[in-house]
Design a protein around this ligand. Sequence first.
Ligand code: NAD
Length: 490
Amino acid sequence: MQELTNYIAGQWQVGERTFVKTSPFHGQAIATVHEATESMVDEAVRAAHRVSIGDRASAWGNLAMTQRLAIVEDFAGRLMARVDDLVEAEVQDTGRSYWQACNFDGARAAKLFRAYAAAAENLEDRSKSFSGAMGKAMWYTNRRPKGVIGCITPWNMPLLMMCMKIAPALVMGNGVVAKPSEETPSSSAILAEVIAESDIPDGVFSLVHGFGAGSTGEYLTRHPLVNAFNFTGESATGVQIMQAASVGLREVSLELGGKNAALIFQDANMDHVIDGVRRSSFFNAGQICFCTERAYVHRSRYDEFIEKMAKAASDIVIGDLHHEGFSIGPLVSHAHRDKVKNLLDTVVEDGGEFVAGGDIPKFGDERDNGAFILPSIAIGLPETARFVKQEAFGPVLHIAPFDDEQEAIDLANDTQYGLATSIWTENISRAHRVAPQVRVGHAWVNSWQLRDLLSPISGVGASGLGRDGGRDSLEFCSQPQTVTVRLFDQ
Ligand code: NAD
């Protein structure tokens, strides 16, 4: 069994308490993880402060951008060399297939560092000449590191989420204290190993393991020397982090939950729709923030959609680690499976019925000790039903009909969340007309999760105050400083 310790200011440190990470695939213990103490978090934050904006800022925050980017590029190469280990870590922690971990996790993480290094190199400063009663002058901006960025991540895409946060923070010269989810500590541990071997100076990056409230997450959010928090997770946790960050006026970027709708219009190409919604609802067992949990279908295609989606969901391969192609694994933990199962149990109580799934699968082998749930589709529910309103973050879909475009938009917007939508239509005018009327951060047309890694991620309402993705992340991770220079005529 692996033993995962904390990486703090260049040293590996054991905690006073440990916890056991179990596999969601077969329920066996796979790692002992050392929870960081409050004094270890303090040491990590102080080290990050020193090398970013404190007395040893020359070590990282004051390096010329080209020097810093060369170090990050070299690190990305070293990370690429560990792709097999990263893939194995993701498979063990989450129970997803090797195919998925290879195609959507491993190498993409290393690519992210390269993409952010290139984006930072091309980030333009602003400047302007002006004149007024006091004479002529010009100003320009410098982008300075913000200081210490606390990166707190969820378990659904552990490696990618962590890299999306630390890559922009590092290239802009910040110190980082990273806390991965207690459910998925392994890939971040490999990241820390690679950082330890790279030329990134000690203290620039620390990794602290543990839980949220009353543990590492809370120690980090209440530490006064952390200048900003980049958080992805549940909406309720986002509120707690924002409250903690308000002490000392620290900035937050919060990527939170969703209850995303797919809108399927009468002119949609049904083959594309079924393939797309199967992916958007069930990919990663529905544990992607952008996943579709509600599908609204024009009444003329409603029965056809239900029949084809039910078949597509029932045909999904479940729990085959070596399946090449689309399949689903377990939910991340038994606790999360119980939460999703409880929501499934409300369907019949609230007047609905299942046309696929609705229960826990039976395998007759070790997977029966895992945290699996069947891809589940419910129909016949009122829009007020718990299954329609609450985020499941599992392989679930509610289907209901609509009669006209405005009704479809109203149904999509009838939620406290506002993260993503997918619009299925062959009518290009309709696509452009509908997209801006759905209150979400990302609208896909005839696709889902077709995403450039540097495109902005944002949400409205309970989906957060995100400033993530590409330029938005680089700006969040830096502070513009204006320098104004007076110009004399002689
Ligand atoms: P979570 O909020 O329970 O935990 C996320 C992280 O926060 C973990 O590392 C956890 O230990 C930590 N944490 C919990 N309480 C804390 C506290 N009080 N102070 C500091 N840290 C604390 O979320 P989760 O269950 O890991 O992830 C699932 C959620 O993430 C879903 O709601 C999903 O929609 C959301 N999510 C959103 C996006 C997005 O981009 N909008 C992406 C992925 C996941």
